[in-house]
Design a protein around this ligand. Structure first.
Ligand SMILES: [Zn+2]
Length: 69
């Protein structure tokens, strides 16, 4: 588990938009355009070894997330 969780506001107002912008608002799996409210910012490495650095985050579309569940 990460030592400290980011406050949701920081995540939502700073990190999410930064990841979306870096990925040009496209799903990194299928390149489909996504919007702020219809996307998922995924941790490439989650858990103990993960971080909230942009290099560990990627944009995924909702339909990709559904295939994972
Ligand atoms: Zn996708």
């Amino acid at each position: 588990m990460p030592k400290s969780r980011l406050p949701y506001v920081v995540w939502y107002q700073n990190i999410r938009p930064a990841v979306l912008k870096r990925d040009n608002y496209r799903c990194t799996s299928c390149s489909k355009l996504v919007s702020h409210d219809k996307c998922h910012i995924d941790h490439i490495i989650s858990g103990r070894f993960g971080s909230n650095r942009l290099s560990n985050l990627r944009t995924l579309c909702i339909s990709f997330i559904k295939t994972l569940q």
